[in-house]
Design a protein around this ligand. Sequence first.
Ligand SMILES: Cc1cc2nc3c(=O)[nH]c(=O)nc-3n(C[C@H](O)[C@H](O)[C@H](O)COP(=O)(O)OP(=O)(O)OC[C@H]3O[C@@H](n4cnc5c(N)ncnc54)[C@H](O)[C@@H]3O)c2cc1C
Length: 416
Amino acid sequence: MRFSALTLLRSAFDGQSRYPHQWRKADPRPSYDVIVIGGGGHGLATAYYLAKEYGVTNVAVIEKGWIGGGNTGRNTTIIRSNYLFDESAALYDHALTLWRGLSQELNYNVMFSPRGVLMLAHTVHDVQSIKRHVHANRLNGVDNAWLTRAQVAAFCPGLNMSPEARHPIVGAALQRSGGTARHDAVAWGFARAASARGVDIIENCEVVGIRRRIDGAVAGVETSRGFIGARKIGVVTAGRSSQVMAMADVRLPIESYPLQALVSEPTKPVLDCVVMSNTVHGYVSQSDKGELVIGAGSDAYVSYSQAGSAHVAAEAIGAVCELFPQFARMRMLRNWGGIVDLTPDRSPIIGKTPVPGLYANCGWGTGGFKATPGSGHIFAHTLATGDPHPIAAPFSLDRFLTGRLINEAAAAAVAH
Ligand SMILES: Cc1cc2nc3c(=O)[nH]c(=O)nc-3n(C[C@H](O)[C@H](O)[C@H](O)COP(=O)(O)OP(=O)(O)OC[C@H]3O[C@@H](n4cnc5c(N)ncnc54)[C@H](O)[C@@H]3O)c2cc1C
């Protein structure tokens, strides 16, 4: 079924009774050319672009729970590409370019909303660091601009611009082309489009082992539903990446931490952009349902608890109330956590591993949602051709041996 104005109109009159399942619930076949482990946005996008760009359709996405049930469905949906280094600018801007046409590409409304992302400066250090990002971005052709204090007040009228604030706002960087998208719809849209091209999406199937041939290359995966053979395996399991890679004796430089977010009760439109502040340590946007979506920090210690510590969420609320004192009267609806995969340089790992046929796409940490289409697009290239896509090449696993790190620790809205 293709979505169009006509199908929406028809559905309005027939009680929406004709919507079919959006993707096939596939059972595992004995073997595939490519198995993608992990049915988050990155894994599903990888499968979609494998089928679409490279004609590789004998592909399975294997998900231990339900698709989008990992970090894809837990994040705060911020999309931007204002990272510092050339390699990152190319990577995240590639994704931003794909976001712009993604709803049309997938024929599925992912609700991409380029409403503008403000990164606030409160101190001399903030000004210097943020201006450095703005200049670096502009040299790379990435949209980003410096706003004075008065321009910030005009762009986001609800902000507390009082000079008496504990951390007064003195300016900001604005990426007008950044914004948000609907995270579930991204997973569903890629799943639907990949399934339509022949990809098997297998949910409730946990990978518990990676079987290797006598020559060391991958032979397939042991799962809770039996053995499935594969010529190539892409591991796209975010916070669980080091555990899954250990099944093939590959040790990743990744630590997994809980990262939290929370939403308020819904309210009428009060905030039409994304506001981030590293200094007060929080960020906020408003969803189309009207909830304030608040990003908190990560716990200080490694853990696989998807809850996270209570004080981390409380501090995020304090930070947002400092930026918008009027939000202090809002009630919080729910909070949750996800397990994020942090590398030492806070940049992802995309490419080959020492095991022939085994490829990694992980280490996106606290900021991979924004990269979803770009990540899938370039990882599909790597899986199909065996060689890294030029954009992915600097993000190889061996940069931790050569020392060619891409340190983006200062790029996030909250320190981690
Ligand atoms: C609270 C929070 C807020 C965030 N906010 C933002 C933000 O605003 N902007 C942004 O860009 N990024 C954000 N992120 C980060 C972003 O969510 C992730 O980087 C991104 O979603 C990772 O996508 P993925 O597809 O790689 O991982 P996931 O969506 O986590 O998918 C991995 C999948 O692998 C599956 N899996 C794991 N082990 C196995 C196994 N053994 N067998 C089979 N399947 C397995 C999991 O069940 C999971 O579904 C945030 C993350 C969190 C937790």
